[in-house]
Design a protein around this ligand. Structure first.
Ligand code: URA
Length: 415
């Protein structure tokens, strides 16, 4: 083992067999956490060649169950952000347009939320049997379930170690982690939303482009069509952060036509995915998407899906605390990382894997980037535990001048 690590130190290229010995060895307990941490740190420092990334992805895929490739299924993935509830909006839009879409999602760890926790917060059951999985998709064209324990178990073990060793933000490791799960779960077409900026794993456009091309090329090796959308994650997505609060915003968009940066991003994502499936122009796809948002079909599908998996949406009066602005001015930015951390401190997230979440906890941003705020006006509402409010104030930056409108989509990378 030590000679393979020495090769990595000397920036020599590792063979498939050597990578397998290290990583499958780690899964089987033959390589310890300390040695794997050295390996991950060396990869973060020196990167990997394309060939090594392809080989490592293959090793991750083969570590668990592999579902048959199904070209009639499309999937989406996001590299994780604060207030990101796109799955809960994009899936019902596509399902109501007759497109079958299944998704295996994860729980939250750290300050980025998890789709599974959001669904569990309204009673939706997500640990489905195979029969329940296929029954739901048969009835409403969509299904969301927890990742099975045996889908890329190697990723699960390596990701948990990356999370606590500061090795999450390596482009080759992110590419291997995402693509191995997507390929193992069988989708024929995949749209990946790469978040860029403060509060995201990828902080600049150069790294995001490298990641996009790497994932598209991994997809090609396995006959999958992959496209990547590069989107900004400097400010939170939408207004609501925290599990039940985020579902409330999903309802606001699907049922009440609320418009903001989140609804815009979801409309674009759903249109790109519709185009990938139906081979129509993006303009035609956008019209279709807007139709099902307007005529209520997307909302109807969402409710049917929630009910089928045992959940329900009810109007609830949750207890909150108003946070008032201590100055006047335009809001220039709202730091999503700090908002995510405050939301976690309120009880909406986990510090450790088995921590219990308060589903009612979180933040509603009353004022958003570009809004003018007077001293004493409400900036946001806090739900959950009492926390130090200075943390929240730290997230806001003000300016005398109205800032330019934020462009959320940076680029679409198609090949
Ligand atoms: N999402 C994943 O599944 N893996 C990563 O490494 C980063 C984001």
């Amino acid at each position: 083992m030590k000679d393979i690590i020495n090769k990595l130190e000397k920036k020599e290229i590792l063979t498939y067999e050597e990578l397998d010995k290290l990583f499958t060895g780690y899964l089987k307990g033959k390589v310890n956490d300390k040695d794997m941490t050295s390996v991950l740190k060396l990869i973060c420092k020196n990167s990997l060649t394309r060939e090594e990334v392809f080989n490592l992805t293959d090793i991750f895929i083969k570590s668990g169950d592999v579902f048959l490739k199904n070209l009639s299924f499309i999937d989406k993935h996001s590299t994780g952000g604060v207030g990101d509830k796109t799955t809960l909006i994009v899936l019902p839009i596509l399902a109501s347009l007759g497109i079958k879409i299944s998704k295996m999602s994860g729980k939250a760890l750290g300050y980025t939320g998890g789709t599974i926790d959001k669904l569990n917060s309204i009673g939706v059951k997500t640990d489905l049997t195979k029969k329940e999985f296929y029954d739901t998709i048969g009835k409403v064209n969509m299904v969301i379930s927890s990742q099975t324990d045996n889908l890329c178990p190697l990723d699960k073990k390596v990701y948990a170690l990356r999370d606590v060793t500061g090795t999450t933000n390596s482009v080759p490791l992110i590419a291997v982690s995402i693509m191995s799960k997507k390929i193992a779960s069988g989708a024929g077409k995949i749209l990946i939303d790469i978040k860029v900026g403060r509060g995201a794993l990828v902080e600049n456009k150069k790294d995001a482009l490298e990641l996009a091309h790497l994932m598209i090329d991994i997809g090609k090796k396995y006959g999958r069509e992959v496209k990547c959308l590069l989107t900004k994650m400097d400010n939170p997505l939408g207004s609501n952060i925290g599990n039940k609060l985020e579902v409330m915003e999903v309802v606001d968009i699907l049922k009440n036509g609320k418009e903001n940066n989140l609804s815009f991003l979801c409309t674009e994502m759903a249109s790109i995915m519709y185009k990938m499936m139906k081979k129509v122009s993006l303009d035609v796809a956008r019209e279709k998407v807007k139709d099902v948002l307007k005529n209520g079909k997307a909302y109807e599908t969402f409710i049917k899906f929630v009910n089928l998996q045992g959940g329900f949406i009810k109007d609830e009066e949750l207890k909150y605390k108003e946070i008032k602005s201590v100055k006047s001015g335009f809001i220039k930015s709202i730091d999503s990382r700090l908002i995510g951390k405050s939301s976690m401190a309120l009880g909406a997230g986990r510090v450790k894997k088995n921590d219990k979440i308060n589903y009612d906890a979180g933040i509603i941003l009353q004022k958003r980037v570009g809004d003018y705020v007077r001293k004493g006006e409400v900036l946001c509402y806090l739900y959950g535990k009492d926390i130090n409010h200075n943390d929240i104030y730290d997230a806001y930056k003000f300016s005398f001048f109205k800032p330019l409108k934020e462009k959320i989509i940076i680029d679409l990378i198609e090949e």
